[in-house]
Design a protein around this ligand. Structure first.
Ligand SMILES: [Zn+2]
Length: 405
């Protein structure tokens, strides 16, 4: 079927200025941009058309109250409902693709792909690979590791506790078995950790290198949760290709990242939300101070990385029940690098980091017809990204999945 979005302003995701242009859709693909619109018109006069947004760092598995989930106070059925609702809300907010950085599996992907629920296209890493007592190992010192309950296969599997290169190989292969298309390791302490510090490094270089070798064998890459420079340098030495958060990156590390073609996925929204209300997320109050320090560093890290020529993506990292403001990442990013660059990071650059830029990320002939239309000016009013109701139209692979024009 051929149709077109007519009468709108186009921001194509490449960073060029907005233009008046129609966008034709042929089946699942973009048929033409700007000239000789084809087929029936969907009138988007007064709206701005953009590529479907990409959230480069999500945790769809953590869609319920975190403490209640850990302590088994809510059922698997309720958690599944929260996950499904989050998937649908994510798509309705204009995010047609997400990269889940731990820990869903192909059960959720298939639930969306077979049309049982509406949601974004998902690339995922399976469970997060972390060391005993490291970031991702969410237990207090008074709980037995043997009692850690983190898996309902087919729905979620949060972490694989892993110590030593041999276990790393096994964990990497297990993540791939569960449908991972890349691997995620934690190589420093984290904002919501219970038994480590943001200054700590985690995993030795030989352990990280074992994961990189497994990823290379699958023709893919390793990304790492990392805040401090020492941990990031360990990861670069081992051959990783992407850093999540990176809140303390200095100029020297940024240059090392650029030289080794390592991307950065900063995550501003989660820090803002957790700092606002850690207890509301089901986390201890002291987590608030930690994430506030992360927040302060992330803006400087983004500027250092961009100056060095590092690809800088866009990820919200939202966790818990309060994920209805996914566009907040663009609001916060716009304050640091400007509204147009914030859009480019969440579209073209994210597609490059996710290695799907042949297919999505910009509005160009031949690319997948993932398109949105918003009723505000993203250049002069970027703060309105926070309000999902302002996203009036969502098209996923040529299918109109939301239309509230
Ligand atoms: Zn995360």
């Amino acid at each position: 079927m051929t149709w077109h979005l007519g009468g709108g302003t186009l921001i194509d995701g490449t960073g060029v200025d907005p233009v008046r242009a129609d966008v034709s859709v042929d089946g699942t693909r973009i048929g033409a941009v700007g000239s000789a619109p084809r087929g029936e018109a969907i009138d988007v006069t007064g709206l701005t058309v953009l590529p479907g947004l990409i959230d480069g760092h999500v945790h769809l598995d953590v869609s319920s109250d975190i403490r209640a989930s850990i302590h088994g106070e809510i059922s698997v059925a309720e958690r599944a409902a929260d996950i499904f609702n989050n998937c649908t809300a994510t798509l309705m907010a204009g995010f047609t693709t997400v990269r889940d950085t731990g820990g869903i599996d192909d059960g959720l992907v298939r639930t969306i792909e077979t049309g049982r629920i509406q949601g974004p296209r998902i690339l995922h890493c399976g469970p997060i690979i972390c060391q005993r007592g490291g970031h991702g190992h969410f237990q207090t010192p008074f709980q037995r590791v043997e009692d850690l309950k983190v898996e309902v296969l087919g729905l979620y599997g949060h972490v694989l506790l892993t110590d030593g290169p041999d276990e790393m190989r096994r964990s990497a292969r297990e993540a791939f078995r569960r449908g991972a298309s890349f691997l995620k390791l934690c190589v420093t302490g984290g904002g919501v950790s219970l038994t480590d510090s943001l200054d700590d490094t985690q995993f030795q270089v030989d352990e990280i290198a074992a994961a990189v070798a497994e990823a290379n064998a699958r023709h893919t890459y390793v990304t790492v949760h990392a805040h401090n420079n020492e941990g990031i340098r360990n990861a670069i030495a081992a051959g990783v290709r992407c850093v999540e958060h990176g809140s303390r990156i200095d100029d020297e590390t940024a240059e090392l990242m650029a030289a080794n073609d390592v991307a950065l996925m900063p995550t501003l929204a989660v820090a803002e939300k957790l700092a606002e209300d850690p207890v509301g997320h089901g986390l201890p109050p002291q987590i608030g101070d930690r994430v506030r320090s992360v927040m302060a560093g992330m803006a400087d890290a983004i500027l250092a990385a961009r100056k060095a020529g590092v690809l800088v993506g866009s990820g919200s990292d939202l966790i818990g029940p309060l994920q209805d403001r996914r566009g907040l990442e663009l609001v916060l990013k716009a304050k640091i690098i400007g509204p147009m660059e914030a859009i480019v990071s969440a579209t073209k650059v994210n597609a490059e980091i996710l290695r799907i830029s042949d297919d999505v990320g910009t509005v160009e002939t031949g690319k997948r017809a993932d398109l949105i239309a918003v009723d505000f000016d993203p250049v002069s009013e970027p703060h309105l990204w926070e309000d999902a109701d302002r996203v009036k139209l969502v098209v996923k692979a040529g299918q109109i999945v939301k239309d509230t024009r």
